[in-house]
Each structure stands twice: as structure tokens, then as C-alpha cells.
Design a protein around this ligand. Structure first.
Ligand SMILES: C[S@@+](CC[C@H](N)C(=O)[O-])C[C@H]1O[C@@H](n2cnc3c(N)ncnc32)[C@H](O)[C@@H]1O
Length: 213
């Protein structure tokens, strides 16, 4: 069990790593513009954004911490690590609930950087980072999922959800980012037809929480 002082030191280390990463992420607009300029006549792929953070906002991060801590959620899974900004917020929450995190990222160079960031923040001991396609890395998952953050490619929200669904339980919360995007809308429409689940819109429709009833 961590003492309050140890927890405070840990949270401080995470916050300073997050500040460094947000400092880097402020050039994302330029990276994204470059990615679009380089790609013509085809759909954008994760590799086109290998330099871009595409991160959740600080206020989303604070909301995540509150949500997980208030509901005492321990077993956390994330689809879409990028450089680890959102994972570090999940780590802040996991320290409070004494939980653990499995996160997965397709682009190896991003995953390696994320690993370094977890070490720097002192949270690598309770984060398992799986490198590869989430459809493969989360296949046959056989551990309870209390909280799932969906923030990878939107057309994979449904297959990732389906892979993990046997591990959900009454009280599982799924945080769906970029809810306004068309692929996410299609995913949410499918889920809303199943009365096992209840949808809650947040942040002017940019986020949807799915609760298992
Ligand atoms: C929006 S970014 C994630 C941002 C991160 N959650 C944050 O807030 O810091 C989406 C990430 O999902 C990754 N991704 C896309 N398709 C994937 C797949 N099939 N499996 C695993 N990761 C994938 C992309 O490479 C990208 O880094």
C-alpha cells in the first residue's frame, strides 16, 4: 500500500512528464497538416500520423481520472496508446484505485517512445504495453475489464468492443472518444440497439460513455 506522500510524489512525476509531452504535442497541427499534404487519393492510415500525438485534452484527462477513481475501477484497457498521454492519466487513476493498465499501439516507434515515457513517469510497473494491431493483441483477452478507453482508429471500435465484451460486467464503463466522427457514430448506433448497454453523451457529444446495465 502506498503512503499518501509516496502517492503525491508519483502524481508529481506523472504531471511533469505530462507537461513535457503536451509541450511537444502543441506542434500536432503542423504534423497533421503535413500528413494530409503527403497523402493523396487514399484513406489516411495510422502510419501517416506516426509523428503526431493526437492526444486527449488535459480536461478530458482530468475527467478520466475522476471517473475511474469515483467508480473504483481497477482493470483498465486502452485501445490507442500513441505516445502515452492518455495512458498517463489512466495511470494517475490506477494509482488511486490500485489498478493496472493494458494498452495497445500499432506503430512500433510510438510504442517505444510511450514505454520510455512510462518509465520516466515511474508508472511502467503496472502498465502492460502491447505492440501491434489491437485486433491481435487483445484477442482471447481473459481478464475482467472494468474500464475501456477507445481512442484508436474509429473503424475498429466495434471489433475491439466485440473482442472484449465477454470480459465486461455490470458496472463496466467504456469511454468512447471522438464520438462525433462518422465511423464512431455507426459504432454507437450498433451498440445502442443492445439494451444491455446505456449510452451517456458528454463534452457536447465529443465523448460517449457506454455503461453496461
Ligand atoms: C488518437 S491516437 C491515440 C491518442 C492517445 N490515446 C492519447 O490520448 O494520447 C490513436 C492511436 O491509435 C493507434 N492505432 C490505430 N490503429 C490501431 C490498431 N489497429 N491497433 C493498435 N493501435 C492502433 C494509432 O497509431 C494512434 O497512435
Amino acid at each position: 500500500m502506498n503512503t499518501v506522500q509516496q502517492q503525491q510524489q508519483q502524481q508529481h512525476k506523472i504531471n511533469s512528464t505530462l507537461n513535457e509531452l503536451y509541450n511537444e504535442a502543441k506542434y500536432d497541427q503542423l504534423r497533421i497538416m503535413k500528413a494530409f499534404a503527403n497523402v493523396q487519393n487514399r484513406t489516411m492510415q495510422p502510419n501517416d500520423f506516426k509523428e503526431a500525438y493526437l492526444a486527449i485534452t488535459k480536461s478530458q484527462g482530468a475527467d478520466l481520472v475522476k471517473l475511474i477513481a469515483q467508480n473504483n475501477l481497477k482493470n483498465i484497457v486502452e485501445f490507442g496508446t500513441s505516445f502515452g498521454i492518455s495512458t498517463l492519466f489512466l495511470a494517475q487513476a490506477a494509482i488511486k484505485t490500485e489498478g493496472n493498465i493494458i494498452t495497445t499501439e500499432l506503430i512500433e516507434s510510438k510504442a517505444e517512445k510511450a514505454k520510455e515515457n512510462f518509465k520516466k513517469a515511474g508508472v511502467d510497473s503496472f502498465i502492460e504495453l502491447r505492440i501491434g494491431n489491437a485486433i491481435e493483441t487483445l484477442k482471447n483477452h481473459n481478464k475482467v475489464v472494468d474500464f475501456l478507453l477507445l481512442d484508436g482508429w474509429k473503424d475498429l471500435y466495434l471489433p475491439v468492443f466485440k473482442i472484449l465484451e465477454p470480459n465486461f460486467h455490470k458496472g463496466t464503463i467504456i469511454y468512447v472518444d471522438n464520438a462525433e466522427m462518422s465511423d464512431t457514430q455507426a459504432f454507437l448506433k450498433t451498440i445502442s440497439k443492445n439494451n444491455k448497454f446505456r449510452l451517456q453523451s458528454k463534452n457536447q457529444g465529443k465523448v460517449v460513455l457506454i455503461h453496461q446495465n
